[in-house]
Design a protein around this ligand. Structure first.
Ligand code: IVH
Length: 673
């Protein structure tokens, strides 16, 4: 193949892949299977490898992130990126509207009302219908060039369709982490003993600031456009026209905005949004109200910090008062000590809250939180409960200040602090609390899925000295178990059977179960797909590890440290003699290739709502039965498996005529008869 032919072929593949990306991520209506997509993708990848000079930074292959960077280049914004004036009060909103009336000299000022997305503001510049740069706001004049990280956002168009103008133009939008992704990331971080993100905005900012774009790619960020910067060619007259422009040019934009012709309609739109926002896939902390006429916008201009033509009306987060009964120290799997508030149970934003993390000592000191205090709590970003402040007037006397313990509450070993003196951890490798949490993780559903071996039983086993390590679990027998409290012979037999069948779990589950820091379920699967067995993984050089998608430097080093440790080598040898799949590819095959055989062959599933077990369990079972699982409902979806409180996916399925299956029906399909 000549270079000219390669260039043509690369352009064709790029166009195709971009189109399928859009069909999948934006329109939720894929036309080809994942496997066909992968084939196109691999053809492009191999052509780019043969002709490296022809590889464009906007190639679809760059969405997975390239090599780490050393820092972010500053970029000057063509038009200043301003922030918005904020208000929580309807009165101030009315005053804002009155000001518009006066300045524009008319009774009714049409405005657009749209959700205020809780993410990170970005500017995206396009030229010749190609993405050329994405930057953060920074101080408004100068931001950081985050183009490489932003390219990993699947819905961010890298190439524009012929309908788009060819000249240079700049759009403004918000990069955010969808609510569901936020919950997953925090669950994984909790499992790995890493500090939780307070809200989706922090998680987004953290993900965009990663020097390694592969880490950003793994976070599955999203973007929504809502405005323009410097864009002389766009020839728009009204803010609402932007919506049409975005849609024509395939820019993701909010699907719900209101055009309100007067003050009453504005207030009504805001009220509607306040109800609707709970069902949006992202966190909204308010409404943004913008004058609709762009001529009026420029006539109104801006103050030194914010435009006069827009305002953000913030919704009050739901708060509740309750009493702080105690501060308990939790010892995590990695030994991290975290103070946790035990609260008198109270209902906030629809669910009962009895515990809240207090993060660390500094946080407790800053808020001056003491045991016995009456505290105000709210759900940070509407998701995680947090203690906002103490109601000082209600404090009785002068209760002692809280201090982190000098020794681990579980084993008495003096604690250590990290370099910044914020994190406190127990250095004892044999700490029973760490062991308990490790065993609990090992037995959890996503890991070895040992039915019946939950927190309580793990605690009992460790306290009774029956489990001093993971291998000890496989040495349990009926005679030792029968001495435990609440352990009948039937329960003991069930546990032993569950332990026995866990030996034949797919190998990646064992990798995840080992609790290697930074190795979540997805990476474990990828690692085994690549290396085939734990023995191969254990011998993999760190550069080979780091070259895998979603792995990177930090993870590869963590994997090496784990397998280089003599204690872990001994652990693996022991597990192997106990019949676990360490050296081999496993006694049971991994999930079947989707497709031709199995009860669910040739079906594509989407899972939604609350089911009796975590979604991963159902994903696993569908894959094992030969089906496929997709993230969003489209015309390619065969079934929607819907649990309780199913939301927008259910509506979408209904509108597309996709069959909705409940859990009992699913069980019947998987195990006929
Ligand atoms: S318009 C000139 N629209 O809120 C100001 N901003 O508090 C243009 N934001 O910096 C901003 N959703 O990061 C606008 N629909 C929306 C928004 C939105 C979220 C963010 C944006 C802005 C911040 C101001």
């Amino acid at each position: 193949m000549t270079e000219a032919q390669a260039l043509d072929e690369i352009a064709r593949l790029t166009r195709e892949l971009e189109r399928h990306n859009r069909l999948y991520y934006v329109e939720a209506a894929p036309e080809i299977t994942d496997r066909e997509y992968d084939e196109l993708y691999r053809s492009l990848e191999s052509l780019e490898a043969r002709f490296p000079t022809l590889k464009s930074p906007n190639s679809p292959t760059q969405r997975v992130g390239g090599e780490p960077a050393t820092g972010f280049r500053p970029v000057e914004h063509p038009v200043r990126m301003m922030s918005l004036d904020n208000t929580y009060s309807e009165q101030e909103l009315v005053e804002f509207y009155d000001r518009l009336r006066k300045l524009l000299g008319c009774r009714d000022v049409p405005v657009v009302v749209e959700p205020k997305i809780d993410g990170v503001a970005v500017s995206a510049v396009y030229e010749n219908r190609e993405l050329v740069r994405v930057a953060t706001r920074g101080d408004g004049q100068t931001g950081d060039d985050i183009t490489r990280n932003a390219r990993t956002i699947r819905r961010l168009p890298l190439h524009l369709p012929p309908e788009a103008p060819t000249g240079r133009f700049e759009l403004r939008g918000e990069v955010f982490l969808p609510t569901a992704g936020f919950a997953t990331i925090n669950r994984e971080r909790e499992e790995e003993g890493e500090p939780l993100f307070m809200n989706p905005r922090n998680a987004t900012a953290g993900s965009l600031k990663q020097l390694d774009p592969r880490v950003t790619a793994s976070r599955r960020l999203d973007v929504i456009f809502y405005g323009v910067g410097l864009a002389p060619d766009l020839l728009l007259e009204e803010q609402v026209d932007l919506q049409g422009f975005f849609q024509r040019c395939h820019f993701p934009c909010g699907d719900k905005i209101w055009l309100a012709n007067n003050l009453e309609e504005t207030l009504a739109a805001i009220r509607e949004l306040d109800v609707l926002r709970h069902s949006l896939p992202y966190v909204t902390d308010g409404a943004v109200i913008k004058v609709n006429s762009l001529t009026a916008q420029s006539a109104l201009g801006s103050t030194s910090k914010a435009p006069r033509w827009a305002i953000a009306y913030k919704f009050e987060p739901e708060q509740a008062e309750t009493r702080l009964l105690n501060i308990e120290i939790q010892v995590g799997r990695t030994g991290a000590l975290t103070p946790v508030a035990h609260l008198e149970p109270v209902v906030v934003s629809g669910s009962t809250v009895a515990r809240a993390t207090l993060h660390n000592q500094e946080e407790i000191e800053r808020k001056d939180i003491r045991i016995g205090d009456t505290v105000v709590i709210e759900k940070a970003g509407e998701i995680i409960p947090a203690v906002v402040r103490v109601v000082r007037e209600k404090r009785a006397g002068d209760p002692p200040k809280f201090a982190m313990p000098a020794a681990c509450p579980a084993c008495g070993t003096p604690v250590r602090r990290d370099a910044e003196l914020v994190k406190v951890f127990c250095p004892n490798e044999h700490c029973p609390a760490k062991l308990k949490r490790r065993l609990q993780h090992f037995a959890s559903r996503t890991a070895m899925d040992i039915e019946g071996l939950g927190e309580q039983l793990v605690d009992q086993l460790v306290d009774a000295g029956l489990a001093r390590s993971i291998p000890d679990l496989y040495r349990l027998d009926a005679s030792s178990l029968c001495h435990l409290d609440r352990m009948g012979s039937k329960k003991a037999a069930n546990l032993l059977r569950a332990l026995d069948s866990s030996r034949s779990r797919p190998v990646w589950k064992l990798v995840f179960a080992l609790g290697i820091p930074h190795v979540g379920a997805t990476s474990a699967r990828e690692l085994i797909r690549h290396f085939g067995s734990i023995a191969n993984l254990a011998n993999a050089p760190s550069d080979e590890l780091a070259s895998l998608p979603d792995v990177g430097k930090v993870v590869s080093e963590s994997i090496r440290t784990f397998f280089d440790s003599p204690a872990n080598q001994a652990l693996l040898a022991e597990l192997e003699t106990l019949g676990l799949p360490v050296a081999t590819g496993g006694t049971a095959p991994g999930p079947a290739e989707p497709g031709s055989s199995g009860a669910l062959a040739n079906t594509t599933w989407v899972i939604t709502g609350t089911l009796s077990q975590p979604r991963e369990v159902f994903t696993e079972r569908i894959l094992a039965a030969g089906g496929k699982v997709a993230g969003s409902v489209s015309s390619a979806t065969t079934y929607l498996l819907a649990g309780e409180k199913a939301g927008s996916k259910l509506t979408k399925a209904a509108s597309l005529g996709v069959r909705v299956i409940d859990e009992p029906t699913f069980e019947g399909m998987i195990n006929p008869g």
